[in-house]
Design a protein around this ligand. Structure first.
Ligand code: ATP
Length: 233
């Protein structure tokens, strides 16, 4: 479904990605792991066209994403839950969901506000709250709901549970399992390795702008050397 080959990205004269290769199959959950500053957000932002790739290829189904504006990439069926959530602060929770509602791929049984509330029941009581009055956990659930309202085939989460209470984290992991059961592919960045490995089909480790390891969760759990060397655990 998503095939990234030899992706390079620069910020001005400074190079951040040095030939990233990564693949996600339809219906799979993939993780992108790595220490701070290694290139996870840059990879995600390059997929979305938020930063411009300087070389290589990102194929989504058979469409080349490099050089494509972000809104056109989103319309192909990629939903982003960005680092820092970026909820619209002066819209209500419900308006945040309405703002992105679309079904460009004409999916049968599309996401609705009620389905988002069924996925995250605690959001319903807050539906009239302004975005900036929501807690961090509510904002993160809303950011996921807002991405789902675009009816994506691939959902990308940059820091899925960072800074959230254990109970909220648990409800986000459960939601991601349900979203995957729905047939949606997921690419997720997070620091909670234990939780990630429970849901991942495939894991990719990035180190200084290059993928240095990839494999299943069982393979990663067994590879103590890689865990220690690349993730410091
Ligand atoms: P973190 O977990 O801290 O978010 P990350 O793995 O997502 O880290 P990136 O944010 O992609 O890493 O950063 C990769 C490299 O690109 C780092 O060296 C970083 O300093 C650099 N970088 C990121 N954003 C910019 C920017 N806007 N301008 C210049 N350099 C940047």
């Amino acid at each position: 479904m998503l095939k990234i080959s030899n992706l390079t990205t620069h910020y001005g004269p400074s190079q951040a990605l040095f030939g990233v290769d990564l693949e996600i199959g339809a219906g799979q959950v993939a993780t992108l792991l790595g220490r701070n500053g290694m290139g996870k957000t840059t990879t995600i932002n390059s997929i979305m066209g938020i930063v411009k790739a300087s070389g290589g290829s990102i194929k989504f189904d058979d469409t080349e994403l490099v050089g494509r504006p972000s809104f056109k990439t989103a319309n192909l069926g990629i939903g982003l839950v960005p680092e820092g959530r970026q909820i619209f602060p002066n819209l209500t929770l419900e308006e945040n969901l309405i703002a992105t509602a679309s079904n460009h791929l004409e999916m049968a049984d599309p996401w609705t506000i009620d389905k988002v509330f069924a996925l995250f029941p605690s959001l319903e009581a807050r539906r009239w709250f302004m975005g900036n009055l929501l807690s961090g956990g509510e904002q993160q659930m809303l950011a996921i709901g807002r991405a789902l309202m675009t009816n994506p085939k691939l959902l990308i989460l940059d820091e899925a549970t960072e800074g959230l209470a254990p109970l909220v984290r648990e409800s986000i992991w459960s939601a991601l399992k349900l979203i995957r059961e729905n047939g949606t592919s997921i690419l997720v960045v997070d620091k909670n390795l234990k939780d990630l490995l429970r849901i991942a089909d495939r894991n990719f480790i990035i180190e200084r702008g290059r993928i240095v390891w990839s494999g299943s969760s069982d393979e990663l759990k067994a590879d103590r050397k890689a865990l220690h060397r690349y993730l410091g655990v």
